[in-house]
Design a protein around this ligand. Sequence first.
Ligand code: UT7
Length: 332
Amino acid sequence: MSKKYAAITGVQGALPSYVLTNSELETMVDTNDEWITSRTGIQERRILKETDKAASDLAAEAVEKLLAKTGTPKDEIELVIVATVTGDQVFPDTANITCDKVGIKNAFGFDINAACSGFLFALTTGAQYIETGRLKKVIVVGVDIMSSIIDYSDRATCIIFGDGCGAVLLEASTDYGVIDSVFKGDGSGREFLHMKAGGSLKPTSQESLDNREHFVYQEGRTVFKSAVKGMVSTVQAVMKRNNLSADDVTWVVPHQANIRIIQSVADMMDFPMERVMLNIAKYGNTTAATLPLCLWDYESKLKKGDNVILTAFGGGFTWGATYIKWGYGAAE
Ligand code: UT7
């Protein structure tokens, strides 16, 4: 019996309509467009303004459109995995809420919390259900409403993050799909990127609210250096294991945290920037959503058989790289 791979057979994004520009941020904190653009590459980001909407609403929109564009009946979906650190509530999981909103009745669902690496970890988890033959159709979503945990008086973080969602459909293929992944974690990195309160370590209290401890805390420089090192080492490892040279890689899809991180990784790996997917200027850092949003934005450029390397680094620390052989789009 030939080996089964889990191929991505469709990709779809969903974004809030409100655009938060660098010039609007200039009116909120002591910053300027020149600093933000040159230090991060970000020009604008999307923000979910509707107070009755949450992560599951963007996820439901992406999943509904994904089902429509791939012609997939709702009742054929057997599993929905949502990667997020900003789910609707601490529990239940956002995957189940998403299924309810879409009307998916035959699936189970769960969330994966691995910050910016969440989509990669969820993709490989979903792929394994397909590879074993246990399931036939799996949806993997990356969604984050970072505006719900950002302090808009902290210029070091509020200029970076945005809200967004991307979703992919996975189905079996003998030739295309998720080929291999190298994933890593280092919990000692938690001190550099975290939210101080709201979990079992420090439940919400008047004191935690007064101390503004329900927002993202980041030591940017340390995270920056670790991100470059972590992404380069895992990309190198997955390429080596699959005998790929830089020339064999059609597209690199890096987590969109900072244009300078992306350029450093590309330089160190000898990847020309024309083959590196970029959308950070439009959306900023949407945490678990950056990778599927890149695939969505570049979908029309992707061709059957392209070698695609995705890589991410984020809170935890968590990081890794995944090698995919792309499964659709006209071959050249
Ligand atoms: O997705 C999860 C993973 N996250 C990341 O990968 C993020 C990694 N880190 C970064 O992207 C960058 O470290 C930041 C964008 C967060 C910060 O850029 P940086 O070049 O590392 O700046 P810095 O923190 O070293 O700060 C340099 C200066 C400081 O001023 P002084 O001390 O030199 O006077 C900051 O106070 O820039 C100042 N600064 C700002 N100035 C204007 C910090 N934020 C701002 C701002 N506008 N928004």
